[in-house]
Design a protein around this ligand. Structure first.
Ligand code: ATP
Length: 231
């Protein structure tokens, strides 16, 4: 579904992606792990079209995305949940969700999304700013689901959350995968991300250094040492 070949991005003279190739097949949950600054967010932003590429190619469902603007990519069904959630804090939970269907999808999905996240249903009239961090993350994911994503890009959904909430959020992501949502998941919590993914890529300083089945990477000594806190 998503095919990236030799993608290169830079910030001024600083290279952020130095030839990244990656695949996400329909229905897969693919994790992208790596340390701070490896280039994971840049890659998601390049897929969404908010970060220009200086080389390489991104194809989505067979179509070269080079000439498709970020807004068109949303219409194609590429929906990103940004790092830090970025919900609209003065607006109600329900209005945040409705905004998710602005460019694609339909407000008629509201009840289905609220059914996935009962805590949001209970607070639908409250300002999003009153929600806890975990609830805001659910809202950010719910808002993306309103657009009926073909490909859901999740940037650090576990960031800043307690271990219990990370498990809860990751269980929801696993459930989305189980109903057929195609997902590319970035998280610094490699154990949690590899725990639910089908396949994974490990990134270091703008390059993919390892890829494979997530279950195999969890057992890989170099991954354990670098990312899973093994001695
Ligand atoms: P994090 O988990 O911190 O978001 P990351 O793996 O997502 O890390 P990126 O945010 O993609 O990494 O950053 C990749 C590289 O590009 C880093 O060296 C970072 O310092 C640099 N970088 C990121 N954004 C900018 C920017 N707006 N201007 C200049 N350099 C940037």
């Amino acid at each position: 579904m998503l095919e990236i070949d030799e993608l290169r991005c830079r910030y001024g003279r600083i290279p952020a992606l130095a030839g990244v190739s990656l695949r996400v097949n329909e229905g897969e949950l693919v994790a992208l792990v790596g340390a701070n600054g490896a280039g994971k967010t840049t890659l998601l932003r390049a897929i969404s079209g908010v970060q220009p590429a200086v080389g390489g190619c991104i194809r989505f469902e067979g179509q070269d995305l080079a000439r498709r603007h970020a807004r068109q990519r949303v219409q194609d069904g590429i929906i990103q949940v940004p790092e830090g959630r970025q919900v609209f804090t003065p607006l109600s939970v329900e209005d945040n969700l409705r905004l998710g269907a602005f460019a694609r999808g339909s407000a008629s999905h509201l009840d289905a999304v609220l059914a996935l996240f009962p805590v949001l249903a209970d607070k639908r009239r409250e300002a999003a700013g009153n929600l806890s961090g975990g609830q805001q993350q659910m809202l950010a994911i719910g808002r993306a689901l309103m657009a009926r994503p073909r490909l859901l890009l999740l940037d650090e959904p576990g960031m800043g959350l307690s271990p219990r909430l990370v498990s809860e959020i990751f269980a929801r992501i696993e459930a989305l995968r189980a109903v057929g949502t195609t997902i590319l998941l970035v998280d610094q919590n490699a154990r949690a991300a590899l725990g639910i993914a089908d396949r994974a890529y490990v990134m270091e300083t703008g390059r993919i250094v390892l890829e494979g089945r997530a279950a195999d990477l969890l057992l890989d000594r170099s991954v354990q040492k670098a990312y899973l806190g093994a001695a």
